[in-house]
Design a protein around this ligand. Structure first.
Ligand code: F6P
Length: 371
């Protein structure tokens, strides 16, 4: 293998630059020529290929976003579009590709290297999981999750100050697409009073009652300092947050007719894309570097259609995962198995998904969540 290309695709996530840097440096140290592709698969179609010399990646470890840029490319579902992408790579002499991204990006990597489409072209691909949503199967974490969680916790700490001052209830909506992982973990770490996440599969009316019961319970507390309520809502919970607020406020007025409505009215904060930005945490820099190191070393030894995954050094069945010789926490997992597990995880069919769905129903866990 002589030339590898690195691309970042889908929603950017903090720590992608650490992965780009490590992939570029490790590739070079292994004697490969390394180039970058700007704006993911979209840039690939436009032949937006740039050199990635050590100078180009110096100092990027500390920066959020991705120096290569990113994009979503729905057209990649079409065979002709993938043919065009393969032609660009062949013309540029690229025979190895590192795809840094989430579910959609790795699905694209699988399709791009489908043996039935590839023919005689020598093209290998190894994926590096990067998505703040943590919705990928067969990896404990993806790049960006830790920073995003820290951003949410920091925001909730600030919101808690003003909420405490006014005895208020805040509903804080966080990103995560169809996955509630960020909402759940941030709720525990921020000491929130309630986490709402799609995995629980609750109907709208039940969600409203859950919030109302929490608010009424908290307002009975003796200490004024603990009468604020923080509810963290995953964006994947279908109900729009403003509608949720209207329904909760109406029900609170109904349940507390003697209380001044203004004093119980909820406030809403949607954190949106703030959650995706910012300097990567130390852990995300480490994770990006280590996963990219394992991915490039795997490419160098001829691996293809794998994803570098992060897991405690445990034994996994060898037919789907082999431990990276470069790092005991990194596994090289069959990309097809990753995508199948991701689908099952999002559909609530895996033991992990079932555990996540019920985790906050457990009274002790719920109690531990509260301040
Ligand atoms: O997948 C990452 C993510 O940030 C999701 O949490 C969110 O739903 C989505 O991307 C937002 O995408 P866009 O930036 O294209 O609006």
């Amino acid at each position: 293998m002589t030339r590898i290309a690195i691309l970042t695709s889908g929603g950017d996530s903090p720590g992608m630059n650490a992965a780009i840097r490590a992939a570029a440096l490790v590739g070079r140290a292994a004697g490969m020529d390394v180039v970058g592709i700007e704006r993911g698969y979209r840039g690939l179609l436009e032949d937006a290929i740039v050199p990635l010399q050590p100078n180009d990646v110096q100092g990027i470890l500390r920066e959020g976003g991705t120096i290569l840029g990113s994009a979503r490319c729905k057209e990649f579902h079409q065979r002709e579009v993938r043919d065009q992408a393969r032609a660009v790579l062949a013309a540029r002499g690229v025979d190895g590709l590192v795809v840094i991204g989430g579910n959609g990006s790795l699905t694209g990597a699988m399709a791009l290297t489908d043996p039935a489409e590839l023919g005689a072209q020598a093209l290998r691909v190894v994926g590096v999981p990067a998505s703040i949503d943590n919705d990928l199967g067969l990896t404990g974490l993806a790049i960006g999750v830790d920073t995003a969680m820290n951003t949410i916790v920091e925001a909730c700490d600030k919101i808690a100050d003003t909420a405490t001052a006014h005895d208020r209830t805040f509903i804080v909506e966080v990103m995560g697409r169809d996955c509630g992982y960020l909402a759940m973990t941030a709720a525990v770490a921020a000491g929130a009073d309630l986490a709402l996440y799609p995995e629980a599969g609750r109907p709208e009316t039940e969600i409203v009652e859950q919030i109302v019961e929490t608010v009424l319970g908290v307002r009975k507390r003796a200490s004024r300092k603990s009468r604020r309520v923080i509810v963290i809502k995953a964006e994947g919970v279908g109900i729009p947050v403003e509608r949720l607020k209207t329904m909760v406020d109406a029900r609170l007025r109904e349940r507390s007719p003697d209380v001044d409505p203004a004093s119980i009215e909820t406030r809403v904060t949607v954190l949106g894309h703030v959650v995706r930005g910012g300097r990567p945490s130390a852990f995300d820099r480490l994770l990006g570097s280590r996963l990219a190191n394992a991915a490039v070393r795997a490419l160098a030894t001829g691996a293809t259609r794998k994803m570098a995954a992060w897991m405690p050094p445990i034994e996994l069945p060898e037919d789907i995962a082999t431990r990276s010789p470069a790092d005991p926490y990194c596994f090289l997992v069959d990309l097809g198995a990753v995508l199948a597990e991701t689908e099952n995880l999002l559909a609530g069919r895996t033991p992990l998904a079932r555990w996540r769905a019920g985790v906050f129903d457990d009274a002790a866990t719920h109690g531990a969540m509260q301040l």
